[in-house]
Design a protein around this ligand. Structure first.
Ligand code: UDP
Length: 420
């Protein structure tokens, strides 16, 4: 069965029919996505499925990854932190290095990028490639996945000079979007219900993983899956767990690994390890970047998912938890607010105390926990699966090509036979 038919079984035939209608306008078109890592982090997760799906829809889509050295990632990490609001000045020589690495990658990718009809540049790391492609024939779109609602101004001012040259930009939610002299689009991310990370798993598999990790199935489990990053507030999660533990037996799992473009992870993990001490009910799992099935099992085997971020672009881990029928206790920030609907799919919290209160409440009221879990899964089905995101990318491409501002005509014959 091809991919699209497999999705139809989950989201319904009409959703797939709509995708084919949109894609029929774009057949044979050449689209390139560029980011800075093939594994680890939300962007890679999305591209891993978006790219094959667009190909199956007849759009010739490829994915390029830029490479850099540790100084480059040091610079882009600072930039990332500054854009998410930290007061972080970046030395001039580091910025020059960032420009140089972009130029080197730009020269290497030039022939692929200049000829493409559409180029999607993800996040700040490759944002300067545009400068290396003066002969570009297609349209270029900057896709921002991070929370730029309150950027540290000097750094945004620097980046904006480059980003403003794009033909359009995409933001995950409206209050991240910054004024720019081109069309701005809002496209929240999504998850893939068929991939290893989110597919159904046999109960035996889940049990085997828990056994391997030494996590008891006889005591409730709360889990946060995240890169070890201060914005994800792993220390706050442990504080919340300790407050819960005073009244209710519970285990905490903090699972994470590093994205290859995140140099700070090891330092944060060390701090977390020290803070966790020797508590046998805290499980720190360091997972390799391809541990998708393991994360799936972990989320499915947990009672509650927590994502106590202080800043969050979108929070795919939240979507993943909700999809598995788990209420999510989420930091009241960024894209988590789009997904965690208080008392419906979980609870938004602003402190370890708040998180602990909600966790205790759910663990003591199982029927509410289960009801919320059902709401959670339905909410993702309706809003945050990859098919919705593909539809919005296609709509954006159609809108930019045809210059349609208000409506898009779809009254074209659809070549596929399985239209309803
Ligand atoms: N992830 C993973 N291994 C880890 C930590 C995270 O595979 O050790 C995955 C996680 O399941 C999710 C993505 O990476 O799919 C993280 O995306 P999110 O939007 O939550 O955060 P980001 O890392 O992009 O800030």
């Amino acid at each position: 069965m091809n991919l699209l038919d497999q999705y139809a079984a989950i989201v319904g035939d009409d959703v797939i029919y709509h995708l084919r209608q949109l894609a029929a306008h774009l057949r044979g078109m050449h689209v390139v996505h560029v980011n800075s890592t093939r594994e680890g982090g939300g962007v890679a997760e999305i591209l891993n499925r978006l790219v094959p799906l667009m190909n199956e829809l007849g759009i010739n889509t490829s994915w390029e990854v830029i490479t850099g050295d540790s100084r480059f990632y040091q610079c882009t990490k600072k930039m990332h932190n500054a854009l998410q609001g930290n007061r972080e000045d970046i030395q001039e020589n580091l910025l020059h290095h960032y420009e140089k690495i972009n130029a080197v990658n730009g020269n290497a990718l030039n022939s692929k990028l200049e000829g493409a009809d559409f180029v999607f540049i993800h996040d700040p790391q490759p944002a300067l490639l545009l400068r290396s492609c003066p002969g570009r024939k297609g349209r270029w779109v900057w896709r921002c996945h991070i929370d730029v609602s309150h950027p540290y101004r000097p750094v945004w001012k620097y980046l904006r000079e480059h980003v403003k040259e794009f033909d359009a930009s995409i933001w995950s939610i409206s209050n991240f979007a910054q004024p720019l002299p081109h069309p701005l689009y809002l496209i929240p991310p999504s998850i893939d219900p068929l991939g290893d990370k989110n597919m159904e798993l046999p109960a035996d598999d889940i049990e085997a993983y828990f056994k391997e990790w030494g996590i008891s199935k006889n005591m409730p489990v709360i889990t946060q899956v995240s890169r070890f990053d201060r914005f994800k507030d792993p220390i706050g999660v442990i504080q919340a767990y300790r407050l819960v533990k005073k009244n209710v037996p519970v285990q905490l799992v903090l699972a994470g690994g590093g994205a290859t473009d995140d140099p700070e992870g090891a330092r944060v993990l060390k701090e977390v390890r020290t803070y966790a001490g020797r508590d046998p009910d805290i499980h720190l799992l360091e997972l390799p970047p391809d541990a998708h099935r393991a994360i799936n099992a972990l989320q499915r085997g947990s009672d509650i998912i927590i994502q106590k971020s202080i800043r969050e672009g979108f929070g795919l881990t939240v979507t993943e938890g909700l999809w598995k029928g788990k209420p999510v206790i989420g930091g009241d920030t960024g894209g988590i607010r789009l997904q965690v609907i208080n008392h419906h799919t979980g609870f938004l919290v602003n402190s370890p105390e708040g998180a602990a209160l909600r966790i205790r409440y759910l663990l003591k009221n199982r029927h509410i926990l289960e009801n919320m879990g059902e709401n959670a899964r339905r909410f993702v089905l309706e809003n945050f699966l990859i098919t919705r995101q593909v539809r919005e990318y296609l709509t954006l491409i159609v809108a930019l090509i045809y210059g349609s501002t208000e409506r898009i005509e779809l009254n074209i014959p659809v070549p596929e036979t399985n239209a309803p």
